[in-house]
Each structure stands twice: as C-alpha cells, then as structure tokens.
Design a protein around this ligand. Structure first.
Ligand code: MG
Length: 311
C-alpha cells in the first residue's frame, strides 16, 4: 500500500481563476468529466471541479493546497489515507457503500449515508444520473437524490452541531465520530436488506483500517465482514456514489434550513469568508447562536471573535 496525500478544498470562482493562471505551464489536456482544469507536475496533481472543489493529490498535495489558504480539513493527518486494492470486477458486485459530508465545513452538520446497490439496480441508477458527485453541482445532486432516495435501500445519519460539539468537548475526535456514523449507517442498511447479504462493503476511506476499528471499540456491534476501504470510492462503486449524493443533498438542505433560520447566506468550507459570516452572527445574534450552527472547535471560532465588532 502506497500512502497518498489527498486534500480537497472548496475554492471560490476567483481562486480557481488564480489557480489556472498559476499552474498554466503545467496544465494537463486530460480533463475528467465535470472538471474545469487538471494540473500534472512532479509529485502533484490538481483537479478543479465545477462545484468549486479542488483536489490536490501526491506527496506535495497537502502543502500546495495550504497555499490557497482554504484547506477545509482541520486535522490534516486524517486526509492521509491509503487505497486498498479491490477484488477484480468490484464495480459490478452487490455492495453496501458509505460516504460522509460536512467534516471540513465550519457551518452545518456532519452527515453520513450508506446505500446498498446490487447488479440489478445499476442500470436504473446510471440512467438516473448517479456518478461521482465531485463532478456535480449542488442543484444536480439534489435533483438526482430526489429520484434515487425512493428506490435505493439506504440509511442517512445526521449529527447536529450541538451533539457534535458536546462529543468533541468530551474528547472525541472527528475521525471517531465519522467511524461510528459509518458503522451505524452500514448496519442499518444491512438490517434493511436482510436476509440478503452484500458481496462486499465499501467505505470511502478517511482513516487507516486499524484506526477505523480502534474508533469503534465501544460500539455494541461492528460491521467487519468483507469490508474494503478505498479513497475516492464514489468512483469505484455506485453504492458509494449514491451514498455520496444522498448525503450531499441532505447537506445542501441543512444549509437551506440554516439560512432560513439565520436570515443570512451561509458559506460552505472553512475559509476567511466563513470567518466573516461567523463574526456577523456573533455581532447580531451572539455566541450561543453561532455555536448551535457550527463545529465550535474549528479555528474559525477564534478568527470570528477577532473580527467581531464587539472586541
Ligand atoms: Mg468521502
């Protein structure tokens, strides 16, 4: 197994333009679907997607991503994962897969979805537009989610910010919360489809296998049979692609709800734009309100306090 650094940031259209300029001499002419540009350099490849996501891969990936100042992952270590090798023909097996969203975003909940997709379901899902959601815009994701939710056996778990903050304050790290949610979502799906059993389980990897299972030592029941871990798993099986779409669409909905409640536009990610909005909420609604909608331990809290007019 070769460890690969893989950092995703959420960039503004302006930043993407600036990146295009910076990396102009290294532009690749192989651009994946849904991408704006792709860069290939020694030890570094960068892909920018229409959704604003920019993926930095390779040994220099994490350092390069940091230059753009919007790295959305508070624990850089957790983005260093390795891909396990999947058995041949994996994409056409009957698989339960899981993925999460909201871990690098200051505002909004953490959400995990798991889906079961068997061979018979695959043509329909492809027809409905299920594919790697990194290449899709939010409205596209929500449109497809609406169509697949009634037909795909799935479990959707949302960890509200107050609960997240409570667990975090008790010393639980984000990786552990993720592991618990993935395990529970997968278990729910296995119960839904019983007595049918999947050929395999695929988890979009966020931690080494041993770490993942260490995080689950206090769980009453742990899914262990035929479990595979892979990074960018939404491109490896439709079950993870579907899970990613369902989780993302709920995340978009959560932002809509927050925006309605707060009467403000809420940016995703953890950039300086996020700090400014957080400071506005501090000034107009106070700390308790801000805390209710955010992952409080992120560095954004301190930055917002410094920007707040009250200081
Ligand atoms: Mg993922």
């Amino acid at each position: 197994m070769i460890p690969i650094a893989n950092t995703v940031i959420q960039a503004t259209p302006k930043q993407i333009k600036a990146m295009q300029k910076t990396y102009l001499p290294h532009m690749s002419d192989k651009i994946p679907p849904g991408a704006i540009f792709a860069v290939k350099k020694t030890g570094l490849s960068i892909t920018a997607y229409k959704s604003g996501k920019v993926m930095f891969q390779g040994v220099a990936g994490e350092r390069e991503a940091a230059k753009w100042g919007t790295a959305t992952t508070p624990k850089a270590k957790s983005t260093k994962v390795s891909t396990s090798v999947l058995p041949p023909g994996f994409a056409s097996k009957n698989v339960a897969g899981s993925d999460e969203v909201g871990t690098g975003d200051y505002f909004g909940p953490m959400i995990v979805a798991a889906c079961y997709v068997d061979q018979a379901m695959m043509p329909l899902l492809k027809q409905l537009g299920v594919k790697d959601s990194k290449a899709m815009t939010d409205p596209e994701i929500c449109e497809i989610a609406k169509k697949i939710i009634p037909v795909v056996p799935h479990s959707l778990l949302l960890l509200p910010n107050p609960k997240y903050n409570e667990l975090q304050a008790k010393g639980m790290n984000q990786g552990q919360m993720k592991a618990i949610l993935h395990n529970r979502a997968l278990e729910n799906v296995l119960k839904k489809i019983a007595p049918v059993k999947p050929d395999a389980i695929l988890i979009d990897q966020f931690a080494e296998k041993n770490t993942y299972y260490r995080y689950l030592t206090k769980e009453a029941s742990v899914v262990r049979e035929d479990v595979f871990f892979a990074t960018k798993a939404e491109g490896l099986h439709l079950s993870v692609a579907a899970a990613s779409i369902i989780a993302r669409s709920r995340f978009v909905e959560a932002f809509r709800e927050m925006e309605q409640e707060l009467g403000l536009q809420i940016p995703k990610g953890a950039s300086s734009k996020v700090d400014q909005v957080a400071a506005d909420i501090l000034d107009t609604k106070g700390e308790e309100t801000l805390q209710r909608y955010t992952k409080w331990h992120f560095a954004n809290t301190d930055k917002a306090r410094k920007l707040s007019r009250r200081n």
